[in-house]
Design a protein around this ligand. Structure first.
Ligand SMILES: [Zn+2]
Ligand SMILES: [Zn+2]
Ligand SMILES: [Zn+2]
Length: 487
Protein backbone atom coordinates (compact mmCIF):
# COMPACT_ATOMS: atom_id res chain seq x y z
CA UNK A 1 0.00 0.00 0.00
CA UNK A 2 1.28 3.40 -0.92
CA UNK A 3 0.76 5.55 2.12
CA UNK A 4 1.36 8.97 0.70
CA UNK A 5 1.31 10.38 -2.74
CA UNK A 6 4.61 11.74 -3.95
CA UNK A 7 5.39 15.31 -3.21
CA UNK A 8 7.96 17.64 -4.61
CA UNK A 9 10.47 18.26 -1.94
CA UNK A 10 10.06 22.00 -2.13
CA UNK A 11 6.67 21.52 -0.53
CA UNK A 12 8.45 20.61 2.70
CA UNK A 13 8.81 23.59 5.02
CA UNK A 14 12.58 23.35 5.41
CA UNK A 15 13.37 23.89 1.75
CA UNK A 16 14.73 27.26 0.75
CA UNK A 17 13.53 29.55 -2.01
CA UNK A 18 16.25 28.61 -4.46
CA UNK A 19 15.32 24.93 -4.37
CA UNK A 20 11.69 25.85 -4.63
CA UNK A 21 12.35 27.75 -7.80
CA UNK A 22 14.45 24.87 -9.15
CA UNK A 23 11.66 22.35 -8.82
CA UNK A 24 9.31 24.41 -10.95
CA UNK A 25 11.92 25.44 -13.45
CA UNK A 26 11.75 22.79 -16.16
CA UNK A 27 15.38 23.35 -17.11
CA UNK A 28 16.69 22.55 -13.63
CA UNK A 29 17.16 19.36 -11.66
CA UNK A 30 14.80 18.63 -8.81
CA UNK A 31 14.49 16.22 -5.92
CA UNK A 32 11.21 14.37 -5.45
CA UNK A 33 10.30 12.46 -2.36
CA UNK A 34 8.30 9.37 -3.20
CA UNK A 35 7.25 7.01 -0.41
CA UNK A 36 10.24 8.06 1.61
CA UNK A 37 12.75 7.71 -1.23
CA UNK A 38 14.76 10.65 -2.52
CA UNK A 39 14.57 10.67 -6.28
CA UNK A 40 16.70 13.01 -8.35
CA UNK A 41 14.98 14.22 -11.50
CA UNK A 42 17.69 15.18 -13.98
CA UNK A 43 16.65 17.69 -16.60
CA UNK A 44 19.90 19.58 -16.86
CA UNK A 45 22.87 17.30 -17.52
CA UNK A 46 25.45 20.09 -17.36
CA UNK A 47 24.98 20.56 -13.62
CA UNK A 48 25.50 16.92 -12.81
CA UNK A 49 28.49 15.16 -11.30
CA UNK A 50 28.28 11.38 -11.17
CA UNK A 51 29.67 10.92 -7.61
CA UNK A 52 26.88 13.15 -6.24
CA UNK A 53 24.32 10.59 -7.42
CA UNK A 54 25.25 8.44 -4.43
CA UNK A 55 23.17 10.82 -2.31
CA UNK A 56 19.86 9.77 -3.91
CA UNK A 57 17.88 6.54 -3.77
CA UNK A 58 16.95 6.63 -7.44
CA UNK A 59 17.53 8.77 -10.52
CA UNK A 60 15.16 9.82 -13.28
CA UNK A 61 16.78 11.05 -16.48
CA UNK A 62 14.67 13.17 -18.76
CA UNK A 63 15.01 11.83 -22.30
CA UNK A 64 15.49 14.91 -24.41
CA UNK A 65 18.95 14.30 -25.81
CA UNK A 66 19.57 10.58 -26.28
CA UNK A 67 23.36 10.95 -26.31
CA UNK A 68 23.43 12.86 -23.01
CA UNK A 69 21.29 10.20 -21.36
CA UNK A 70 23.44 7.44 -22.87
CA UNK A 71 26.70 9.07 -21.72
CA UNK A 72 25.40 9.60 -18.21
CA UNK A 73 24.09 6.03 -17.88
CA UNK A 74 27.43 4.71 -19.13
CA UNK A 75 29.25 6.85 -16.58
CA UNK A 76 26.99 5.50 -13.83
CA UNK A 77 27.31 1.84 -14.82
CA UNK A 78 31.09 2.10 -15.23
CA UNK A 79 31.69 3.54 -11.78
CA UNK A 80 33.68 1.27 -9.48
CA UNK A 81 31.45 2.04 -6.52
CA UNK A 82 28.44 -0.13 -5.77
CA UNK A 83 26.47 2.90 -4.54
CA UNK A 84 26.78 4.36 -8.04
CA UNK A 85 26.85 1.57 -10.60
CA UNK A 86 23.96 -0.31 -9.00
CA UNK A 87 21.82 2.84 -8.64
CA UNK A 88 18.22 2.48 -9.86
CA UNK A 89 18.03 4.76 -12.92
CA UNK A 90 14.92 5.44 -14.95
CA UNK A 91 14.34 7.22 -18.22
CA UNK A 92 11.52 9.74 -18.41
CA UNK A 93 10.54 9.51 -22.06
CA UNK A 94 6.88 10.60 -22.00
CA UNK A 95 5.80 9.32 -25.42
CA UNK A 96 9.23 9.19 -27.06
CA UNK A 97 10.75 5.97 -28.40
CA UNK A 98 13.85 5.05 -26.41
CA UNK A 99 16.97 3.58 -28.02
CA UNK A 100 17.01 -0.08 -26.83
CA UNK A 101 20.69 0.03 -25.83
CA UNK A 102 20.11 3.11 -23.71
CA UNK A 103 16.97 1.57 -22.28
CA UNK A 104 18.85 -1.55 -21.21
CA UNK A 105 21.30 0.53 -19.19
CA UNK A 106 18.32 1.88 -17.28
CA UNK A 107 15.83 0.15 -15.01
CA UNK A 108 12.78 1.17 -16.97
CA UNK A 109 11.11 3.84 -19.04
CA UNK A 110 8.65 6.21 -17.40
CA UNK A 111 5.83 8.19 -18.95
CA UNK A 112 5.56 10.64 -16.06
CA UNK A 113 8.08 12.04 -13.58
CA UNK A 114 7.50 9.46 -10.87
CA UNK A 115 9.00 6.08 -9.99
CA UNK A 116 5.79 4.81 -8.37
CA UNK A 117 5.06 2.59 -11.39
CA UNK A 118 8.42 0.89 -10.71
CA UNK A 119 8.44 1.17 -6.96
CA UNK A 120 8.69 -2.54 -6.09
CA UNK A 121 11.57 -2.95 -8.51
CA UNK A 122 13.34 0.06 -7.02
CA UNK A 123 12.93 -1.33 -3.52
CA UNK A 124 14.32 -4.71 -4.60
CA UNK A 125 17.38 -3.08 -6.09
CA UNK A 126 17.93 -0.96 -2.99
CA UNK A 127 17.63 -4.05 -0.80
CA UNK A 128 20.19 -5.92 -2.88
CA UNK A 129 22.48 -2.88 -2.74
CA UNK A 130 22.22 -2.86 1.04
CA UNK A 131 23.11 -6.57 1.17
CA UNK A 132 26.13 -6.00 -1.02
CA UNK A 133 27.21 -2.81 0.74
CA UNK A 134 27.71 -4.76 3.95
CA UNK A 135 30.29 -6.98 2.28
CA UNK A 136 33.80 -5.80 2.76
CA UNK A 137 35.09 -5.99 -0.79
CA UNK A 138 38.45 -7.52 -1.41
CA UNK A 139 40.32 -7.01 -4.66
CA UNK A 140 38.21 -9.45 -6.61
CA UNK A 141 35.31 -7.19 -5.74
CA UNK A 142 36.43 -4.50 -8.16
CA UNK A 143 36.71 -6.70 -11.13
CA UNK A 144 34.26 -6.63 -13.97
CA UNK A 145 33.00 -10.20 -13.66
CA UNK A 146 32.06 -9.69 -10.04
CA UNK A 147 30.59 -6.32 -10.92
CA UNK A 148 28.44 -7.95 -13.59
CA UNK A 149 27.30 -10.60 -11.13
CA UNK A 150 26.32 -7.93 -8.61
CA UNK A 151 24.45 -6.02 -11.26
CA UNK A 152 22.55 -9.13 -12.36
CA UNK A 153 21.89 -10.09 -8.75
CA UNK A 154 20.45 -6.68 -7.90
CA UNK A 155 18.27 -6.69 -11.04
CA UNK A 156 17.14 -10.31 -10.79
CA UNK A 157 17.24 -10.45 -14.56
CA UNK A 158 19.57 -11.98 -17.14
CA UNK A 159 22.13 -10.24 -19.32
CA UNK A 160 20.47 -10.01 -22.72
CA UNK A 161 22.18 -9.18 -26.02
CA UNK A 162 20.47 -6.20 -27.65
CA UNK A 163 20.55 -6.03 -31.46
CA UNK A 164 21.72 -2.53 -32.29
CA UNK A 165 23.67 -0.56 -34.84
CA UNK A 166 25.41 1.05 -31.86
CA UNK A 167 27.10 -2.26 -31.19
CA UNK A 168 30.39 -3.11 -32.83
CA UNK A 169 29.34 -6.73 -33.27
CA UNK A 170 25.65 -6.16 -33.94
CA UNK A 171 24.60 -7.43 -30.52
CA UNK A 172 25.24 -5.07 -27.66
CA UNK A 173 25.83 -5.98 -24.01
CA UNK A 174 25.31 -2.41 -22.82
CA UNK A 175 26.37 -2.95 -19.22
CA UNK A 176 29.65 -4.60 -20.21
CA UNK A 177 30.34 -2.18 -23.03
CA UNK A 178 30.03 0.72 -20.61
CA UNK A 179 32.85 -0.91 -18.62
CA UNK A 180 35.22 -1.96 -21.38
CA UNK A 181 37.37 0.58 -23.18
CA UNK A 182 37.70 1.06 -26.93
CA UNK A 183 35.61 -1.80 -28.13
CA UNK A 184 37.75 -4.44 -26.50
CA UNK A 185 35.22 -7.01 -27.50
CA UNK A 186 37.55 -9.93 -26.92
CA UNK A 187 37.54 -8.89 -23.29
CA UNK A 188 33.74 -9.19 -23.18
CA UNK A 189 33.74 -12.63 -24.83
CA UNK A 190 36.50 -13.90 -22.53
CA UNK A 191 34.78 -12.54 -19.49
CA UNK A 192 31.45 -14.18 -20.27
CA UNK A 193 33.19 -17.43 -21.16
CA UNK A 194 35.12 -17.34 -17.89
CA UNK A 195 31.87 -16.63 -16.00
CA UNK A 196 30.30 -19.74 -17.53
CA UNK A 197 33.44 -21.87 -16.99
CA UNK A 198 33.62 -20.92 -13.35
CA UNK A 199 29.96 -21.76 -12.86
CA UNK A 200 28.80 -18.21 -12.06
CA UNK A 201 26.75 -17.77 -15.22
CA UNK A 202 24.66 -20.10 -17.33
CA UNK A 203 24.04 -19.39 -20.99
CA UNK A 204 20.99 -19.64 -23.22
CA UNK A 205 21.35 -19.62 -26.97
CA UNK A 206 19.98 -16.53 -28.73
CA UNK A 207 21.86 -16.20 -32.02
CA UNK A 208 25.23 -16.58 -33.71
CA UNK A 209 27.06 -13.46 -34.84
CA UNK A 210 29.32 -13.44 -37.89
CA UNK A 211 32.27 -11.20 -37.19
CA UNK A 212 35.32 -9.84 -38.95
CA UNK A 213 38.33 -11.98 -38.03
CA UNK A 214 40.52 -8.89 -37.80
CA UNK A 215 38.44 -6.53 -35.68
CA UNK A 216 35.32 -8.40 -34.48
CA UNK A 217 33.02 -6.01 -36.31
CA UNK A 218 29.66 -7.40 -37.35
CA UNK A 219 29.24 -4.76 -40.06
CA UNK A 220 30.29 -6.80 -43.06
CA UNK A 221 29.52 -6.70 -46.76
CA UNK A 222 29.23 -10.06 -48.48
CA UNK A 223 30.32 -9.69 -52.10
CA UNK A 224 30.10 -11.91 -55.15
CA UNK A 225 33.31 -11.92 -57.18
CA UNK A 226 34.61 -13.61 -60.33
CA UNK A 227 36.42 -16.85 -59.38
CA UNK A 228 39.08 -16.14 -62.02
CA UNK A 229 39.91 -12.44 -61.70
CA UNK A 230 38.14 -11.41 -58.45
CA UNK A 231 36.35 -8.46 -60.02
CA UNK A 232 33.06 -7.44 -58.44
CA UNK A 233 31.57 -6.18 -61.72
CA UNK A 234 29.37 -9.07 -62.71
CA UNK A 235 26.25 -9.42 -64.80
CA UNK A 236 24.00 -12.42 -64.54
CA UNK A 237 21.78 -13.71 -67.30
CA UNK A 238 19.67 -16.75 -68.12
CA UNK A 239 20.86 -19.60 -70.27
CA UNK A 240 18.51 -20.82 -72.98
CA UNK A 241 18.15 -24.43 -73.99
CA UNK A 242 16.67 -24.76 -77.49
CA UNK A 243 14.89 -28.14 -77.45
CA UNK A 244 14.68 -28.40 -81.24
CA UNK A 245 18.43 -28.46 -81.89
CA UNK A 246 19.72 -28.97 -78.35
CA UNK A 247 21.71 -25.71 -78.24
CA UNK A 248 22.46 -24.25 -74.79
CA UNK A 249 23.83 -20.71 -74.49
CA UNK A 250 23.45 -17.36 -72.74
CA UNK A 251 20.25 -15.45 -73.52
CA UNK A 252 22.24 -12.58 -75.09
CA UNK A 253 23.40 -14.93 -77.87
CA UNK A 254 19.74 -15.50 -78.83
CA UNK A 255 18.74 -11.83 -78.99
CA UNK A 256 18.20 -10.50 -82.46
CA UNK A 257 16.13 -7.36 -83.25
CA UNK A 258 13.93 -7.77 -80.21
CA UNK A 259 13.29 -11.44 -80.96
CA UNK A 260 14.89 -14.62 -79.69
CA UNK A 261 16.60 -16.51 -82.50
CA UNK A 262 18.70 -19.64 -82.00
CA UNK A 263 22.33 -18.89 -82.95
CA UNK A 264 22.87 -22.53 -83.97
CA UNK A 265 19.84 -23.39 -86.11
CA UNK A 266 18.51 -19.87 -86.88
CA UNK A 267 14.96 -20.79 -85.88
CA UNK A 268 12.92 -18.22 -83.98
CA UNK A 269 12.03 -19.26 -80.44
CA UNK A 270 8.30 -19.26 -79.71
CA UNK A 271 6.98 -20.43 -76.36
CA UNK A 272 8.98 -21.01 -73.21
CA UNK A 273 8.35 -24.53 -71.97
CA UNK A 274 7.28 -25.65 -75.46
CA UNK A 275 10.27 -25.21 -77.77
CA UNK A 276 12.81 -23.79 -75.33
CA UNK A 277 13.59 -23.44 -71.61
CA UNK A 278 15.70 -21.26 -69.29
CA UNK A 279 17.40 -23.90 -67.12
CA UNK A 280 19.91 -21.75 -65.18
CA UNK A 281 21.77 -18.50 -64.73
CA UNK A 282 25.22 -17.74 -66.01
CA UNK A 283 27.39 -14.96 -64.69
CA UNK A 284 29.81 -12.99 -66.77
CA UNK A 285 32.46 -10.66 -65.37
CA UNK A 286 33.70 -7.42 -66.91
CA UNK A 287 36.72 -9.34 -68.21
CA UNK A 288 34.61 -11.86 -70.09
CA UNK A 289 34.91 -14.81 -67.69
CA UNK A 290 31.75 -16.89 -67.71
CA UNK A 291 30.79 -19.08 -64.78
CA UNK A 292 27.77 -20.26 -62.86
CA UNK A 293 28.78 -19.80 -59.21
CA UNK A 294 30.58 -16.60 -58.25
CA UNK A 295 32.96 -16.72 -55.27
CA UNK A 296 31.97 -14.99 -52.04
CA UNK A 297 34.25 -12.46 -50.43
CA UNK A 298 33.80 -10.37 -47.29
CA UNK A 299 34.54 -6.71 -46.79
CA UNK A 300 34.61 -5.24 -43.28
CA UNK A 301 33.07 -1.77 -43.12
CA UNK A 302 34.99 -1.10 -39.92
CA UNK A 303 38.61 -2.09 -40.67
CA UNK A 304 38.25 -2.36 -44.47
CA UNK A 305 39.86 -5.78 -44.59
CA UNK A 306 38.84 -8.12 -47.37
CA UNK A 307 38.59 -11.79 -46.53
CA UNK A 308 37.20 -15.17 -47.38
CA UNK A 309 33.89 -16.29 -46.04
CA UNK A 310 35.64 -19.14 -44.15
CA UNK A 311 37.56 -16.55 -42.13
CA UNK A 312 34.42 -15.03 -40.65
CA UNK A 313 34.29 -15.73 -36.93
CA UNK A 314 31.14 -17.29 -35.55
CA UNK A 315 30.50 -15.93 -32.10
CA UNK A 316 27.46 -16.96 -30.12
CA UNK A 317 25.30 -14.15 -28.76
CA UNK A 318 23.84 -15.73 -25.66
CA UNK A 319 21.67 -14.66 -22.82
CA UNK A 320 23.41 -15.07 -19.45
CA UNK A 321 21.75 -15.95 -16.19
CA UNK A 322 23.29 -15.73 -12.75
CA UNK A 323 23.64 -19.19 -11.18
CA UNK A 324 23.20 -19.90 -7.47
CA UNK A 325 26.96 -19.96 -7.11
CA UNK A 326 27.13 -16.65 -8.99
CA UNK A 327 24.59 -15.11 -6.64
CA UNK A 328 26.55 -16.33 -3.65
CA UNK A 329 29.73 -14.88 -5.08
CA UNK A 330 27.98 -11.59 -5.84
CA UNK A 331 27.15 -11.32 -2.16
CA UNK A 332 30.39 -12.60 -0.67
CA UNK A 333 32.82 -10.95 -3.06
CA UNK A 334 34.92 -14.08 -2.93
CA UNK A 335 35.09 -16.83 -5.50
CA UNK A 336 35.28 -19.45 -2.78
CA UNK A 337 35.97 -19.52 0.90
CA UNK A 338 39.47 -20.84 1.07
CA UNK A 339 41.72 -22.04 3.78
CA UNK A 340 44.89 -20.15 4.38
CA UNK A 341 46.73 -19.78 1.09
CA UNK A 342 49.88 -21.75 0.66
CA UNK A 343 52.42 -19.05 -0.17
CA UNK A 344 55.18 -19.80 -2.60
CA UNK A 345 58.73 -19.32 -1.32
CA UNK A 346 59.82 -15.72 -1.41
CA UNK A 347 56.36 -14.24 -0.90
CA UNK A 348 55.12 -12.47 2.20
CA UNK A 349 51.49 -12.52 3.32
CA UNK A 350 49.22 -9.60 2.43
CA UNK A 351 49.18 -8.14 5.98
CA UNK A 352 52.98 -8.21 6.06
CA UNK A 353 53.05 -6.55 2.65
CA UNK A 354 50.75 -3.79 3.89
CA UNK A 355 53.06 -3.21 6.85
CA UNK A 356 56.06 -2.94 4.52
CA UNK A 357 54.14 -0.48 2.40
CA UNK A 358 53.35 1.68 5.43
CA UNK A 359 56.98 1.65 6.54
CA UNK A 360 58.10 2.50 3.03
CA UNK A 361 55.78 5.53 2.96
CA UNK A 362 57.22 6.65 6.33
CA UNK A 363 60.69 6.35 4.85
CA UNK A 364 59.66 8.43 1.82
CA UNK A 365 58.56 11.25 4.10
CA UNK A 366 62.01 11.47 5.63
CA UNK A 367 64.26 10.76 2.67
CA UNK A 368 64.59 11.86 -0.90
CA UNK A 369 64.07 8.42 -2.39
CA UNK A 370 61.73 6.71 -4.84
CA UNK A 371 59.56 3.69 -4.25
CA UNK A 372 57.46 1.98 -6.87
CA UNK A 373 54.66 -0.52 -6.49
CA UNK A 374 53.95 -2.95 -9.34
CA UNK A 375 51.20 -5.43 -9.98
CA UNK A 376 51.32 -8.49 -12.18
CA UNK A 377 47.94 -9.89 -13.07
CA UNK A 378 47.47 -13.32 -14.64
CA UNK A 379 44.73 -13.11 -17.27
CA UNK A 380 44.45 -16.79 -18.00
CA UNK A 381 42.22 -18.17 -20.70
CA UNK A 382 39.31 -20.39 -19.66
CA UNK A 383 41.09 -23.33 -21.34
CA UNK A 384 44.20 -22.88 -19.20
CA UNK A 385 42.15 -22.41 -16.03
CA UNK A 386 40.31 -25.61 -16.83
CA UNK A 387 43.56 -27.54 -17.39
CA UNK A 388 44.90 -26.48 -14.01
CA UNK A 389 41.62 -26.68 -12.14
CA UNK A 390 42.88 -29.37 -9.77
CA UNK A 391 46.38 -28.05 -9.19
CA UNK A 392 45.78 -24.34 -9.61
CA UNK A 393 47.63 -23.33 -6.45
CA UNK A 394 50.80 -25.21 -7.45
CA UNK A 395 50.51 -23.87 -10.96
CA UNK A 396 50.12 -20.30 -9.72
CA UNK A 397 53.00 -20.79 -7.29
CA UNK A 398 55.23 -21.99 -10.14
CA UNK A 399 54.54 -18.72 -11.90
CA UNK A 400 55.11 -16.89 -8.61
CA UNK A 401 58.48 -18.56 -8.13
CA UNK A 402 59.41 -17.54 -11.64
CA UNK A 403 58.62 -13.95 -10.68
CA UNK A 404 60.50 -14.01 -7.37
CA UNK A 405 63.62 -15.41 -9.04
CA UNK A 406 63.79 -12.26 -11.15
CA UNK A 407 63.32 -9.78 -8.32
CA UNK A 408 66.02 -7.80 -6.57
CA UNK A 409 66.82 -8.86 -2.98
CA UNK A 410 65.31 -5.61 -1.66
CA UNK A 411 61.95 -6.15 -3.33
CA UNK A 412 58.94 -7.47 -1.42
CA UNK A 413 56.28 -9.58 -3.13
CA UNK A 414 52.85 -10.79 -2.09
CA UNK A 415 49.88 -12.52 -3.70
CA UNK A 416 46.35 -11.25 -4.00
CA UNK A 417 43.48 -13.58 -4.65
CA UNK A 418 44.32 -16.29 -7.10
CA UNK A 419 45.86 -14.34 -9.85
CA UNK A 420 47.61 -11.13 -8.85
CA UNK A 421 51.12 -10.53 -7.53
CA UNK A 422 52.17 -7.23 -5.94
CA UNK A 423 55.73 -6.04 -5.58
CA UNK A 424 57.24 -3.11 -3.66
CA UNK A 425 60.47 -1.87 -5.21
CA UNK A 426 62.29 0.33 -2.67
CA UNK A 427 64.62 2.79 -4.34
CA UNK A 428 63.01 2.10 -7.69
CA UNK A 429 61.89 4.89 -9.98
CA UNK A 430 58.73 4.37 -11.98
CA UNK A 431 60.00 4.19 -15.57
CA UNK A 432 62.96 1.80 -15.15
CA UNK A 433 60.88 -0.38 -12.83
CA UNK A 434 58.07 -0.51 -15.37
CA UNK A 435 60.57 -1.50 -18.06
CA UNK A 436 61.96 -4.28 -15.85
CA UNK A 437 58.50 -5.63 -15.12
CA UNK A 438 57.64 -5.54 -18.79
CA UNK A 439 60.57 -7.89 -19.43
CA UNK A 440 59.75 -10.04 -16.41
CA UNK A 441 56.16 -10.43 -17.63
CA UNK A 442 57.31 -11.33 -21.11
CA UNK A 443 59.45 -14.10 -19.63
CA UNK A 444 56.57 -15.34 -17.48
CA UNK A 445 54.25 -15.35 -20.50
CA UNK A 446 56.86 -17.27 -22.49
CA UNK A 447 57.22 -19.97 -19.84
CA UNK A 448 53.45 -20.10 -19.37
CA UNK A 449 52.79 -20.70 -23.05
CA UNK A 450 55.81 -22.89 -23.82
CA UNK A 451 56.30 -25.04 -20.73
CA UNK A 452 53.21 -24.81 -18.57
CA UNK A 453 50.50 -25.89 -20.96
CA UNK A 454 49.20 -22.40 -21.58
CA UNK A 455 48.01 -20.97 -24.87
CA UNK A 456 48.05 -17.76 -26.87
CA UNK A 457 44.96 -16.37 -25.16
CA UNK A 458 46.80 -16.28 -21.81
CA UNK A 459 48.04 -12.84 -20.93
CA UNK A 460 50.06 -11.35 -18.12
CA UNK A 461 49.17 -7.73 -17.44
CA UNK A 462 51.41 -5.50 -15.35
CA UNK A 463 51.71 -1.94 -14.20
CA UNK A 464 53.93 0.17 -11.97
CA UNK A 465 53.46 3.46 -10.23
CA UNK A 466 55.56 5.47 -7.89
CA UNK A 467 54.33 5.90 -4.35
CA UNK A 468 54.14 9.50 -3.16
CA UNK A 469 55.17 10.52 0.34
CA UNK A 470 51.71 11.93 1.03
CA UNK A 471 49.97 8.68 0.00
CA UNK A 472 48.23 6.65 2.63
CA UNK A 473 49.04 2.97 2.28
CA UNK A 474 45.32 2.26 1.87
CA UNK A 475 45.04 4.76 -0.97
CA UNK A 476 47.90 2.97 -2.72
CA UNK A 477 45.97 -0.27 -2.37
CA UNK A 478 42.88 1.50 -3.75
CA UNK A 479 44.92 2.72 -6.70
CA UNK A 480 46.01 -0.82 -7.51
CA UNK A 481 42.44 -1.88 -7.05
CA UNK A 482 41.28 0.61 -9.69
CA UNK A 483 43.85 -0.63 -12.17
CA UNK A 484 42.78 -4.20 -11.68
CA UNK A 485 39.16 -3.31 -12.23
CA UNK A 486 38.74 -4.86 -15.63
CA UNK A 487 38.68 -8.64 -15.44
ZN1 LIG B 1 36.75 -12.43 -64.30
ZN1 LIG C 1 18.38 -24.21 -82.25
ZN1 LIG D 1 37.15 -5.68 -39.54
Amino acid sequence: MIKKAFAYREAAPSVNKEEKKAAFDRSKNAVLNENGLDVLLVRNFDDLRVPTLAAYDAIILQYQDVERVYELLKAVRSSSFEEIYLKPCFILAYEAHVDPVVEQLSDGVLTEPSILSHFAKTENILEAMAEIADVKTDFTGRKLLLKLMRYLYSRQSPLVPVPSKRSHTGYAFPFLEANVKNYEYEEIFHLLEAGVQRGFLSEDFVDVMHLCSKCNSGFINYREVCPKCNTRKLTAQNTIHHFVCGNVGPESDYKENGKLVCPKCDRQLRHIGVDYDKPSLVVECENGHIFQEPNMETFCFNCHSVGQIEDIVEQPANEYHLTASGAETALSGKAKVKEEQKLADGFVSLPVFRTFLKLEIERLKLNDIHTTVSYISLLLSPATLKKHEDNYEDFRNDLGTLLVEQLKPSEIATMLDDDVFLVISPEGEEEPTKQRFKEICERITGVLVNSLDGNKADRVAYGSFEVEADNESESVMMQINEKLKVF
